[in-house]
Design a protein around this ligand. Structure first.
Ligand code: COA
Length: 256
């Protein structure tokens, strides 16, 4: 096994699988600009290396990701959309030709959920809890979710998840078609690894062609939507609604 980077994103390769692990436990795997850049690099590496057949995206047992780093939203609200690491990350992952398997343990919030819409096989632990809290934060959908979520789960369910922004369980995620399967916490890692190996053992050109045909219809529109959502999202970051919600989160005190 080779270790290519150090925390907060661990990138390792084993057999023909490139594994990207979010590893920022003190901040519940909140994703910073630097972490997006590391993930972009890892995906590019996987795409260019003929020995890599599958990518595996994972986090910790109790937390996949708490979403974009909210402090980054406050510090870097002057971002230019086309230059922003998160926009480039979303473009890169959405255009990846090799299959991506995701393993979701515990919490998945914001982009911790929307990134799953760009993965091909998604498995979660029984303790997984998903949430799209954008409206609560004065923000709007991102990650292509305004297009992909209704396509995946139907308009009414997508509207409920994106408008009300309430947490939902792994069982609900499975029922509505957001994920492929659920495993016990202690079984998830091994089960997902087996799925990735199964995929990696198949003829790679056939696998990649299948993925590209599955995604062909939405590719151009998705790029447009990613850009539109990111423009609105950046605008929203400057809104009084969002500033207040973000300051409230960052300023909250933990009970003694
Ligand atoms: N960005 C930055 N820091 C975050 C974060 C985020 N998205 N999510 C959690 N953290 C930090 C907390 O500020 C805290 O840091 P501190 O110990 O220095 O105060 C640490 O991670 C642990 O978080 P905490 O809230 O104490 O853990 P919890 O188990 O009680 O709750 C969450 C976990 C994920 C439910 C909660 O932290 C949360 O709601 N986070 C924000 C999620 C979010 O809105 N994401 C963005 C969507 S666009």
């Amino acid at each position: 096994m080779t270790v290519a980077t150090t925390p907060p994103v661990l990138v390792t390769t084993q057999e023909s699988i490139l594994r990207i692990q979010l590893h920022r436990p003190d901040k519940k795997n909140a994703i910073t600009a630097a972490m997006y850049l590391t993930m972009i690099e890892a995906i590019r590496q996987a795409e260019q290396d003929p020995a890599i057949r599958v990518m595996l995206l994972t986090g910790a047992e109790d937390c996949f990701s708490s979403g974009n780093d909210l402090a980054d939203f406050i510090d870097h609200s002057e971002i230019v959309v086309e230059d922003s690491p998160v926009f480039h990350f979303l473009l890169t992952i959405s255009q990846a030709s090799k299959p991506i398997v995701a393993s979701v343990g515990g919490l998945a919030v914001g982009i911790g959920v929307t990134v799953l819409l760009h993965c091909d096989l998604v498995y979660a632990s029984t303790n997984a809890l998903f949430r799209l809290p954008f409206t609560h934060l004065g923000l709007c959908p991102e990650g292509g979710s305004s297009l992909l979520l209704p396509l995946r789960v139907g308009y009414q369910r997508a509207a409920e998840l994106l408008l009300l922004g309430e947490p939902f369980s792994a069982a609900k995620a499975l029922e509505i078609g957001l994920i492929n399967g659920i495993y016990n916490v202690y079984e998830l890692e091994e089960a997902v690894w087996q799925k990735a190996r199964q995929l990696a053992a198949l003829p790679p050109a056939a696998v990649q062609l299948t993925k590209s045909l599955l995604k062909r219809n939405q590719a151009e529109l998705l790029r447009e939507v990613l850009l539109l959502e990111t423009h609105h999202f950046v605008e929203r970051l400057h809104s009084p609604e969002a500033r207040q919600a973000l300051q409230t989160f960052m300023g909250r005190k933990k009970p003694d």
